[in-house]
Design a protein around this ligand. Sequence first.
Ligand SMILES: Nc1nc2c(ncn2[C@@H]2O[C@H](COP(=O)(O)OP(=O)(O)O)[C@@H](O)[C@H]2O)c(=O)[nH]1
Ligand SMILES: [Mg+2]
Length: 456
Amino acid sequence: MVRGSGANFCVVGHPNKGKSSIVATLTEIDSVVIGPESGTTRTANAFSFSVNDALVLTLTDTPGFQRAREVLHWLQQETVAPHARADRIRAFLSDPSHRQRFPDEVELLTPIMQGAGIVFVTDASSPVSGSDLAEMEILRWTGQPRMAVINPIAGEAHQAEWRQTLDQYFQWVREFDPLKAPLETRLRLLSAMAELLEANQRDSVLSLVDFLKRRDLQRVDQLAPQIAHYWCEQVTRRLDVDKFPSVNTAEKALHLSLNEAESELFNEWVKAFNYSQLSFNSSSDWMADYADLMNVEQWSYWGLKQQQLLWVSGAAGAAAGSLIDVGTAGGSMLLGAVTGGLLGTAGGWLMTQKVPGSRFNLPGIRKHQFVGPVQHPNFPFVLMSRALSFVQQLRSRTHARRDQLELAMNASNWSSSEQVTLLRWAKQLQSDKWNHASQQALEAWVQQKLFGDSPQ
Ligand SMILES: Nc1nc2c(ncn2[C@@H]2O[C@H](COP(=O)(O)OP(=O)(O)O)[C@@H](O)[C@H]2O)c(=O)[nH]1
Ligand SMILES: [Mg+2]
């Protein structure tokens, strides 16, 4: 059960100014219909944000004015004292014939007169027109708290003129781009909205601001350990060959299980970030660059270039010499993977069928064979950059976006000491030399990669 009623705002303005986009961004609901065609929104639709089952903010997405000048004309047919203007709007709404004549105006004025605040959206792309003025005048007559948002979709051509006009009709005027708005910007807009309201509703919006801040800090805390844990699991994932009819099928199963572990994590994030329309399984619809983790042909997008890989593998191998058996299969296979043509020979270099412990197998005792873990030196990089990239995209995106996620991070841009360290961690894990300090260092590194550049 959702409790309380929280604060209410109606989002109004001409078609295609980004009203629905603002609703989607602020309520974090990606099912709000957004479209380039006018008239995408025909009726007023309410979208709410709840915190712990309590309704804190409802935004009503409206069709926008169609016949503002006629409505203003009707309102002005009688002499109306300023204090009686809201009543005049009520009289307009109570005339049953207006539902047919002015359906859009009735639709948008009804929730406002039931107590909603107003967010008026314009893009300042053309000069202020007569019908714009009529709209703003009608909104002023409602006497409800009102702010104006300039959505910079269409450039700055008439910004100054709009600003000066808006200042006369609205208590707050803000610029806000619903497609780009990072958390800080959204919080500023919400705080401004809160300022317009009476105590109860104001507290509701402020509790939302608070919640969003806390949630972001929580995410910062949780994501790095989560990614580190996932990466360690994937780097060491292997399957017991005995459980499969052949080594070949076991290899296929390993691929599948690596892919599935990734999509499971990505799906979890999609949900945690309140995306309902993004389904990871129909990946090609909305992810430009991701495909499957084990689609080796795509590894060059995510991982290191061949030259880098050669150098980094050498550096990591040499330095890790004291950790793993120097000169044995481990090191030379790694180099072999680099020199022996990387991607074409995936089958050969993707994984080893021997585990470090296999040297203990004695003649006469049944050998225990595994496929995996994946030995390809680019694997740890691809794994990490895809996860970092994915979560960074989700975090920086707003719920008004309908375009695809795109490649945001590439391991080849990391410093060479970072690359060497990452590969060393992978080798440490695969040779059972992992320890608490490494775990902590890995988490700290992920944390820095995700949030280092944008302290919250
Ligand atoms: N580039 C850009 N496009 C926007 C922005 N806001 C909205 N749009 C686009 O403008 C179109 C109309 O947006 P919508 O929110 O449906 O406008 P509404 O008709 O006022 O509800 C959509 O294609 C949006 O993607 C913006 O800030 N920047
Ligand atoms: Mg709309």
